[in-house]
Design a protein around this ligand. Structure first.
Ligand SMILES: [Zn+2]
Length: 640
């Protein structure tokens, strides 16, 4: 985010996937984006701030089905939860885009058509290990233990399907040149280095369509291949353009290229590799900055639904207030690093930074002006007595733009707080009550006015991070937070006109105990069973286990680990089961032996072969052994 003088700025959050309700990570990205957007507007830049929801894909199709809804109904519901949260938190977005919007769909199809005509898209087959949960393909070497998704740990399936490919490999060199040339195209630097080394390993062409599900954008009619829907990442990333009217009404396209795309580190690769490649293919300029932030843990632990420790941002806001929550998120961690949320840390910030340093300072200046000067504040002698303090404050303010343009909100606030320290120290040093006792009224007024002015300057620069609190301070000091006063008090470094200070209620209150404690405990006890991995007897009886006799066994061609088994479960026909045991058992030694079978598992396709069950085995690092009945049993005997 360099050049503050440039006229337009386009700031985006990722569009949030509607497979889940918002958590603290979503709130974090959105609060940062909101802070940048508010800063940008304050300094006089024509700003467009975009957020929204990502609504297509297999995961949504499945989640909707589970709830007996059609995908659109389901997406409407979750999308609204996000929008309502941002509205509740007074996020200043200019547009909330949904990938089910008609303009978005048209724009994506136009882009696909353009890339296709350019020769950047071709049709082929894709075969790979697919994680439904992450909607991503992986190579075998990327998998954990040869089977599990490296991102989410769930088991992957082998999928071979017809697909259109984007010639990502064609852009490898251009991408590396871009990273080289634009120092800050990806921030922070550590993340940029990760991206560069990923690209240097070589880029493979990217599968960008799917035939295995329907909930997505169809190919443009000019290509006439109705089986395919556009892969969710091409669809999703295009939102940054379609929100500006790409492919439909392009009147907002002059906001492009984006000033900053804010993303979580888990989706950086899509933004820093695929997205610029797509843009090059579309002959469009690349974003100025892609800024990747870290994750949040809770009390040092990773947050997850199964642990029951996911933080609902709204709950935190309701307990502690929106503005303290914003302050905490922006102040607590260095951008790019992981942060830890704990109520203790939040309370410390509120009590020390907000209540003591800021809130009490305002109270003191109101109190002093009331006691000594009947609420009057006159800045005329501030320069005479406090040139040094004003100079010092100016030095702090000068550093702020760099911090904001590098998305270092923590350092921005740290620097801003130095002005508050300066103000608080000035009171201690100059002792206004003593000055009054000694009859030095002029000096005392200069000091009170100094404090008021330092608070005013702080309030203006605090506005992007804590808009409501900044406005309250401004109300007490009888000015408005806007671009004109930014110019006057910050750029021109002028002082406040004479005014009568207004007594307002305290900005913050001291927090004595954890406000979320009770609810947290309740939730945890409810989740305790889940946490320990304990299931009820009913859960167990959902699994139908049976003794089966292996009738046929053969190797699956092209696979190092799979055997194809035909198993008798006492049913009319034999079950086909694909099992990953080839390294440990030869087909011959399995025939006519008995195994334990999970008989009611949903059939799955493995390397194109249907598997209608699962056999039980015990596995450690170096060997695997099948679980078998101690004495022969009739095929189909239930296991209890
Ligand atoms: Zn996964």
């Amino acid at each position: 985010m360099k050049d503050s003088h440039c006229k337009k700025a386009y700031i985006t959050t990722p569009i949030y996937y509607v497979n889940d309700v918002p958590h603290i990570g979503h709130a974090y990205t959105t609060i940062i984006a909101d802070t940048l957007a508010r800063y940008s507007r304050l300094v006089g830049i024509d700003t467009f701030f975009l957020t929204g929801t990502d609504e297509h894909g297999q995961k949504i199709e499945e989640a909707a089905k589970k709830r007996g809804k059609n995908p659109k109904e389901y997406a409407d519901e979750i999308s609204k939860v996000f929008k309502d949260l941002w509205d509740y938190m007074e996020i200043s977005y200019d547009k909330f885009i949904r990938t089910t919007d008609k303009e978005h769909i048209i724009g994506v199809q136009k882009a696909f058509e353009k890339m296709y005509q350019k020769g950047d898209i071709y049709k082929d087959y894709y075969e790979g290990f697919y994680c439904v949960s992450c909607e991503s393909f992986f190579t075998q070497t990327q998998l954990i233990e040869g089977e599990f998704c490296p991102d989410c740990g769930k088991s992957t399936q082998i999928v071979k399907e017809e697909s259109y490919f984007f010639k990502l490999s064609k852009y490898e060199k251009a991408l590396l040149e871009w990273y080289e040339k634009e120092e800050k195209c990806i921030i922070p630097k550590s993340k940029k280095n990760e991206v560069i080394s990923f690209v240097k390993q070589g880029l493979q062409d990217l599968s960008i369509t799917r035939t295995s599900f329907e909930w997505g954008i169809k190919l443009p009619s000019s290509i006439n291949d109705p089986k395919h829907v556009i892969y969710v990442w091409l669809d999703a990333l295009m939102n940054y353009l379609t929100a500006l009217g790409y492919g439909t009404d392009e009147k907002r396209m002059d906001y492009w290229p984006a000033k900053v795309h804010l993303v979580g580190k888990d989706i950086l690769r899509f933004h820093a590799v695929y997205w610029p490649a797509f843009l090059m293919s579309l002959d469009l300029p690349l974003p100025k900055h892609i800024a990747a932030h870290g994750w949040w843990t809770r009390n040092g632990e990773k947050m997850s639904k199964s642990k029951g420790n996911v933080i609902d941002p709204k709950e935190v806001c309701e307990a502690y207030g929106i503005e303290p929550f914003r302050y905490f998120m922006l102040r607590e961690v260095s951008f790019g690093l992981d942060g830890d949320f704990s109520q203790r840390a939040l309370i410390d910030r509120i009590n020390s930074d907000l209540n003591n340093d800021l809130g009490n300072l305002l109270n003191r200046v109101i109190g002093m002006s009331q006691k000594y000067f009947d609420f009057n504040i006159d800045s005329k002698n501030v320069l005479k007595y406090h040139q040094k303090e004003l100079n010092e404050a100016r030095e702090h303010i000068k550093k702020l733009p760099d911090f904001i343009y590098n998305v270092q909100t923590n350092r921005y606030l740290e620097e801003l707080w130095k002005i508050l320290t300066l103000a608080n120290q000035s009171i201690t040093i100059y002792e206004p009550w003593k000055l009054m006792k000694e009859g030095k009224e002029e000096e005392a007024m200069a000091l009170v006015a100094l404090i008021a002015n330092l608070l005013a300057k702080t309030a203006i620069m605090l506005y992007p991070a804590m808009p409501k609190s900044a406005e309250k301070i401004a109300k007490a000091l009888k000015f408005k937070i806007n671009h004109e006063n930014y110019k006057k008090l910050i750029v021109e470094d002028k002082l406040l006109d004479n005014f009568k200070i207004e007594k307002i209620p305290p900005l913050f209150t001291k927090i004595e105990k954890e406000l979320l404690a009770e609810r947290k405990v309740k939730k945890e006890s409810k989740k305790a069973e889940k946490k320990e991995g304990i299931i009820t007897i009913d859960d167990f009886f959902k699994v139908s286990l049976k003794v089966g006799t292996i009738v046929e066994a053969e190797e699956v061609k092209k696979s190092d680990r799979l055997l194809k088994l035909k198993v008798d479960l006492g049913e009319e026909s034999l079950r086909q089961i694909i099992a990953g045991i080839k390294e440990y058992y030869s087909p011959k030694e399995l025939i006519n032996t008995q195994v334990c079978v999970v008989a009611n598992l949903k059939p799955a396709k493995i390397m194109g072969l249907v598997s209608q069950g699962m056999i039980l085995a015990a596995k450690d690092e170096d060997s695997l052994t099948l679980i078998r009945p101690e004495k022969p049993k009739r095929a189909g005997t239930p296991i209890k």
